[in-house]
Every structure is written in structure tokens, then in C-alpha cells.
Design a binder for this molecule. Structure first.
Ligand SMILES: C[S@@+](CC[C@H](N)C(=O)[O-])C[C@H]1O[C@@H](n2cnc3c(N)ncnc32)[C@H](O)[C@@H]1O
Length: 223
């Protein structure tokens, strides 16, 4: 991953500004991409490398690593997890090694810019977004009319995302979908991500791997 220099200015803080929309992805929602969504639209294309260019604390990318051999990750903000810092939308930010897929859940407002740029860099682009993202005159005119996704895959179940941390017990009224573009492949009929994924694709180790990081221990008065 080749990062443009000036964004490193954000690397010194740990609490992201609200505008970055840091909502970690429940691990099972990423596994649903691998288990159900990609098989429904790749027909034989093997994804051997992936880049999450808005990786946050790694909730999506570390799950992708379970099945994809070569994984890159970066974010505009330094969450202290060791991932490179880069503004994906900066013209100078690109992969130094080409990847088969760019997968992420970008902030809502600039998501169309993420999609457009990602399509120039990888043959497969998978974005996890609110289903409402499929609406909108401006998005239609700038993105969907000429570049409709190969697969629009709404979750049948809700995918609760909470600001700043993954809460396995959270609920939500918001619906989410994977939007996938496969280069040179025409749009397919929508694919409903089947019920049962939340339970079946949640691993018992997820709470330890992806739960909120414990705060630093406080010193007692005796110490
Ligand atoms: C919804 S969170 C997703 C985090 C991570 N992909 C996950 O699944 O847990 C959106 C992320 O986009 C990052 N972000 C926002 N604008 C960005 C930009 N221009 N370039 C790179 N990352 C950006 C935020 O810092 C935040 O970590």
C-alpha cells in the first residue's frame, strides 16, 4: 500500500473524529461476504488478495485474513493497531502490489468516491453499507446509472454496528447490504443473505479477538 504523505498528521491521536464514522463491523457480516456473497457473483474467480483501505481497528480485515492469503490494510486515522495511515481518497494513495479485491465499509457520505476509486484499483470491490445507499438521485447519476453493482446483497438479518466498538449484544433498526462490483460482469439479480448467519458465522473466539479493548489498569492507592 502506497500512502500519500500529508495524512500522517492524523497519526498521533487515538479518539477518531465523529466525521470518520468509526463503526466496527461484526465479524459474522464479513464471513457472510466470504461464505455467501462472493460465491454468488464471482463464478470461479479466486480472490487471493484483499485490501481494506478504511480498516479502523481491523474488525473486517482480520476476518478476511481467515480465508485470504494476502491481506493489506490502512486507514486515514491511527487507531493504534499498527496499520499504515493513509487517506484512501488522496490521489497518491494506491496499492504497491495489485490486489484482487478491495473490501471495506466506508463512511456513508464519501462512499461513492470510495467505490469509484476502488474500481480503478481492483477487479472486485465489495462495500458494506446501509441498504438506503442504493437510493439517491446524485448517487444514481454519478455511480449507479453507469456502474450498477454486479450484486446487491441485503442482509435478511440486521447487522448492528455501534460507534467506536463492536457490541455483540447490540440491536439496530438500520438495514445493511453488501454492494459488489466485479469488473466486466453484468448486474445479477439481487441476492438475499440468508437468515441464520449471525449465529452460524459468529465464532466463540470473536468476543476475545474483537471485543472492546480493556482500559489500561489503574494503579491502586497501595502501589
Ligand atoms: C465504518 S468504519 C469501518 C472500519 C473497519 N473497516 C471495520 O470494518 O471495522 C469507517 C472507517 O473509515 C475510516 N475512514 C474515513 N475516511 C477515510 C478516508 N478518506 N480514507 C481512509 N479511511 C477513512 C475511518 O477512520 C473508519 O475507521
Amino acid at each position: 500500500m502506497r500512502a500519500a504523505g500529508h495524512t500522517a498528521v492524523m497519526a498521533s491521536r487515538r479518539e477518531p473524529p465523529d466525521s470518520l464514522e468509526f463503526f466496527p463491523t461484526p465479524p459474522w457480516a464479513t464471513r457472510a461476504l466470504m461464505r455467501h456473497v462472493l460465491p454468488a457473483c464471482l463464478s470461479g474467480f479466486h480472490v487471493a488478495s484483499v485490501w481494506d483501505p478504511a480498516c479502523g481497528e481491523g474488525h473486517m480485515v482480520e476476518v478476511l485474513r481467515e480465508e485470504i492469503a494476502f491481506v493489506q490494510a490502512s486507514d486515514i486515522f491511527d487507531y493504534g493497531r499498527g496499520y499504515p495511515v493513509a487517506d484512501f481518497l488522496d490521489v497518491g494513495t494506491a496499492t504497491s502490489t495489485p490486489v484482487d479485491m478491495i473490501a471495506t465499509n466506508p463512511p456513508f457520505r464519501p462512499a461513492a468516491a470510495f467505490a469509484t476509486k476502488a474500481m480503478t484499483l481492483a477487479p472486485v470491490v465489495a462495500l458494506l453499507l446501509r441498504t438506503a445507499w442504493i437510493e439517491g438521485v446524485e448517487r444514481y447519476e454519478t455511480l449507479f446509472r453507469d456502474r450498477p453493482p454486479t450484486l446487491f446483497a441485503p442482509f435478511v438479518e440486521r447487522v448492528p454496528m455501534t460507534k467506536g466498538r463492536w457490541d455483540p449484544k447490540a440491536s439496530t433498526a438500520t438495514s445493511y447490504a453488501w454492494f459488489v462490483w466485479v469488473r466486466d460482469r453484468h448486474p445479477l439479480a439481487p441476492f438475499w443473505i440468508p437468515p441464520g448467519c449471525r449465529q452460524a458465522l459468529t465464532h466463540t473466539s470473536d468476543a476475545v479477538r474483537f471485543g472492546a479493548r480493556a482500559p489500561a489498569p489503574l494503579l491502586s492507592a497501595a502501589e
